[in-house]
Design a protein around this ligand. Structure first.
Ligand code: KIV
Ligand code: ZN
Length: 516
């Protein structure tokens, strides 16, 4: 008989916390709804103690999500557990997820605690969390580099204390499949009460082995896998949900397990994550990359025409990739737009559709043909963005061969507008200089990218910029059919993030600008 594998999605926690992947409040709620539609078993919504914003989004997700368990992360300390519980207590199915490091390396250098002390902390934390919530997951951070005897001891003790799920992460993506699988086998063989808990895997992709390690864990007794859509996450990312799920499905002949995932929602969910985070999916990415189902060579095309199975191990349709492109235009009605958005996983209310339709018509005027990817960008960037401190109201650029590029920008603030001009090494540099002069700040640009996100010569251009201030970096994203405007919007959004983070307020004074 086939065994069920539970899917624990941590896109909104381990995924979202990594650089360049942040989502705003509205985007997180929409994302959680889409992940629910994908039918995952658990949504890890965030780490409530980490910020007020994270707490609020976990709380709202817990309130809105009805069919999945909603988990909140906490360190093994009272303040974290209380905050996590406060955020998820209204959920239909709440789970507190506690973690503490178990490797000697982490104990010595990070926690500066003995094994005995960590064991005590873990037992106490699980017991305390259990007094609040029935469903308790306990994670041994850096399990794959921990001493197996100590690992068995802490696993046994935390199950006794009330943990129902035991997660053994490969936190730094160091393990190889045989080794990671063996750890699960040993835990099952050596921990007497292991039958009272579900074993879980959580793999990072530093060596590109996260999915292979997750499958090895399943083959050795894990019945929950932790993963993210598109594999987003810290450093090289987490194990990719879509790859694990499809590997189990396509290779059922040797992996006789099933998940409850609604695989036809995979593609929509992947595009939504990419649209909201601005994290580009590499074209050759398995399952959801643009080329995942493209057949270029003559021999392959010939084989495909004769029998698709020659070069296709799953159909694009099975994961929700629609090969027939549906095109909308300026004559498309509001109803048609709403239906298409629904099919793409975006559920807009009657009051929202008015705003969406206006933005759609504006885009259709510029582009004539509006493709699905245009709609995704529209939904991701323009419609539900949160109110910004500073917004680009107007921009004029003069550039060309043998001319000095100059730019003028007007930036709308809550109370008034700031206007400035500047020259630069190119049109983008001129715009950035003008923005910096208007706001009186000069951030370090760490990375700057421009790409086309939709098709055709009138494609929407997307710009992603990362700026740095000390330890922290801030990402901004902007789209437009004009890539200089897209860059200006992205730069301003990154600055907004930075200013919100530092609580800096720019005010006009008699002699210019003051930063408070
Ligand atoms: O990678 C890791 O160890 C984690 C834990 C907090 C579960 O993300
Ligand atoms: Zn992790």
């Amino acid at each position: 008989m086939e065994d069920r594998v539970f899917i624990f999605d941590t896109t909104l926690r381990d995924g979202e916390q990594s650089p360049g992947c942040s989502m705003n409040f509205e985007e997180k709620i929409r994302m959680a709804r889409q992940i629910q539609l994908l039918c995952v078993d658990v949504i890890e919504a965030g780490f409530p103690i980490s910020s007020v914003g994270d707490f609020e989004s976990v709380r709202l997700i817990a309130e809105k999500i009805k069919t999945c368990t909603v988990a909140a992360l906490a360190r093994a300390v009272k303040a974290d557990i209380d905050r996590a519980w406060e955020a998820i207590r209204e959920a239909a199915k709440p789970r507190i997820h506690i973690f503490i490091a178990t490797s000697d390396l982490h104990l010595k250098y990070k926690l500066k605690k003995s094994r005995e002390q960590v064991l005590k902390d873990a037992i106490w934390a699980v017991q305390y969390a259990k007094s609040l919530c029935d469903d308790i997951e306990f994670s041994c951070e850096d399990a794959s580099r921990s001493d197996i005897i100590y690992l068995c001891e802490i696993v046994e003790a935390t199950i006794k204390a009330g943990a129902t799920i035991i997660n053994l992460p490969d936190t730094v993506g160091y393990a190889i499949p045989d080794e990671y699988g063996a750890m699960f086998r040993m835990i099952r063989e050596r921990v007497p009460n292991i039958g009272s808990a579900v074993l879980s895997s959580h793999c990072h992709n530093d060596l590109g082995l996260a999915v292979a390690n997750s499958i090895a864990a399943i083959q050795n007794g894990a019945r929950q896998v932790e993963c993210t859509i598109n594999g987003i996450g810290e450093r090289a990312g987490n194990a990719s949900l879509e790859e694990i799920v499809m590997a189990l499905k396509v290779r059922k002949d040797i992996c006789n397990y099933y998940t409850d995932i609604n695989v036809s929602e995979i593609y929509n969910t992947s595009r939504m994550v990419s649209g909201f985070t601005g994290m580009i999916v590499q074209p050759n990415k398995a399952i959801v990359g643009e080329n995942a189902f493209a057949h270029e060579s003559g021999i392959h095309q010939d084989g495909m025409l004769k029998n698709k199975q020659t070069y296709e191990i799953m159909t694009p349709e099975s994961v929700g990739v629609n090969k027939t492109k549906i095109v909308l235009g300026r004559h498309s009605g509001r109803h048609g737009l709403k239906v298409r958005l629904n099919e793409l996983g975006y559920h807009v209310t009657e009051s929202e559709i008015k705003k969406v339709y206006e933005a759609f018509l504006e885009l259709a005027d510029k582009k004539k043909e509006v493709f699905d990817d245009d709609l995704r960008v529209l939904m991701g960037d323009e419609i539900f963005k949160e109110e910004e401190l500073y917004e680009l109201e107007y921009m004029h650029v003069n550039a060309g061969t043998n001319t000095i590029p100059t730019a003028t920008v007007r930036i709308k603030t809550k109370e008034n507008a700031l206007q400035e001009s500047s020259t630069g090494d190119g049109p983008v540099d001129a715009v950035f200089n003008a923005i910096e002069r208007a706001l009186g700040i000069k951030p370090t640009v760490e990375s700057y990218n421009v790409r086309s996100v939709t098709s055709g010569r009138q494609a929407l251009g997307e710009s992603i910029i990362r700026i740095r201030s000390g330890e922290n970096s801030f990402t901004g994203r902007g789209t437009s059919t004009d890539i200089i405007e897209a860059s200006a919007k992205a730069f301003l959004q990154a600055i907004n993030q930075y200013l919100i983070f530092t609580n800096t307020k720019i005010e006009l004074t008699e002699n210019g600008i003051a930063i408070k």
